[in-house]
Design a protein around this ligand. Structure first.
Ligand code: C2E
Ligand code: CA
Ligand code: CA
Ligand code: CA
Length: 279
């Protein structure tokens, strides 16, 4: 059993070594990706009951010249640990604001908003408020068309500073949504302190909503919470009509998921959104 343990340890070290070099390779590739314009944005529709498409979540993609499309679930954590996320995140913000300013010019797209994911590093950087403000001003985008998605874990650190930053941006009209809601540890009293406009029900509760009574209870609780704190609630990861119907029944009014549309390049997003809203 001892020999086995030692082999296990060696295997573990080899595995760790492989992980470390894979991450280093990814980080180096990412530097090139930024220089070579290999990063791009996809847009996933967000819908509101009786209104149709009201906006989109911006989701980052890496089109690698050899490896094809690399998932953000793989490269964002690396970019987060190297600090590259600051540069990347700022680019996402700038592009999103430019897109909003473009859409504002046409009557059929003028009301669309964009929800942008903000990483912990960005939020906690001293330049965060100035960076967002500058992206808005330089593009001419309306602040009330920009939604910033934060996760609960990002909000546990430096709470007072974070609240002050959120308040400054809220004063401009920017809105905040709490992503992956229900998977973290927010206490109710704490939620009340945050200048939030929206809770985003994590897709893990939507997935088995029809079969798992616990998930149904959780979704119900989040809906009630939203109501008492006067927060909008959006469900993410809606994949079927049955899930959509159940969510409607539970009082949910905002939706995102494959059932309504996958994340897609700008042109196809705009095209399908215009078709949908003209029906
Ligand atoms: P997230 O913010 O929770 O984004 C939602 C994820 O769920 C996206 O994965 C989306 O493609 C996927 N999704 C949407 N609808 C459905 C559905 O109906 N079913 C299922 N199973 N999945 C669905 P994606 O695009 O791979 O992004 C993964 C994560 O990467 C995001 O999770 C977010 O945390 C991060 N990310 C993406 N873009 C950015 C970015 O620009 N900045 C930062 N900081 N993080 C980003
Ligand atoms: Ca998100
Ligand atoms: Ca999410
Ligand atoms: Ca479950």
């Amino acid at each position: 059993a001892k020999g086995h343990g030692r082999n296990g340890m060696r295997f573990f070290n080899q595995q760790m070594q492989a992980d470390i070099s894979a991450r280093a390779e990814l980080a180096a590739g990412l530097r090139q990706a930024i220089l070579n314009n290999e990063l791009l944005l996809h847009f996933q529709p967000q819908l509101e009951r009786e209104k149709g498409i009201v906006g989109a979540e911006v989701l980052l993609r890496w089109q690698h010249p050899e490896q094809g499309m690399i998932s953000p679930a793989r490269f964002i954590p690396v970019a987060e640990s190297t600090g590259q996320i600051l540069q990347i995140g700022h680019w996402v913000l700038e592009q999103s604001c430019l897109q909003l300013a473009e859409w504002a010019r046409f009557p059929d797209t003028t009301h669309w908003y964009l929800a942008v994911n903000i990483s912990a590093r960005q939020l906690h950087s001293t330049n965060f408020v100035a960076d967002v403000t500058r992206a808005l001003q330089q593009s001419g985008a309306a602040p009330d068309k920009l939604v910033l998605e934060l996760t609960e874990s990002q909000l546990l650190q430096d709470v007072d500073t974070v609240i002050a930053k959120m308040q400054q941006l809220t004063n401009l009209g920017v809105r905040f949504s709490l992503d992956d809601f229900g998977t973290g540890y927010s206490s109710l009293s704490y939620l009340k302190l945050l200048p939030l406009q929206q809770l985003k029900i994590d897709h893990s509760f939507v997935r088995d909503l029809l079969t798992d009574p616990n998930d149904k209870a959780i979704v119900k609780t989040i809906m009630a919470l939203g109501q008492s704190l006067e927060l909008a609630v959006i469900a993410e990861g809606v994949e079927s009509e049955a899930q959509y119907r159940k969510l409607l029944q539970l009082g949910c009014k905002q939706f995102q998921g494959y059932f309504f549309g996958k994340p897609q390049p700008l042109e196809s997003f705009v095209l399908s959104a215009k078709v949908q809203s003209s029906i």
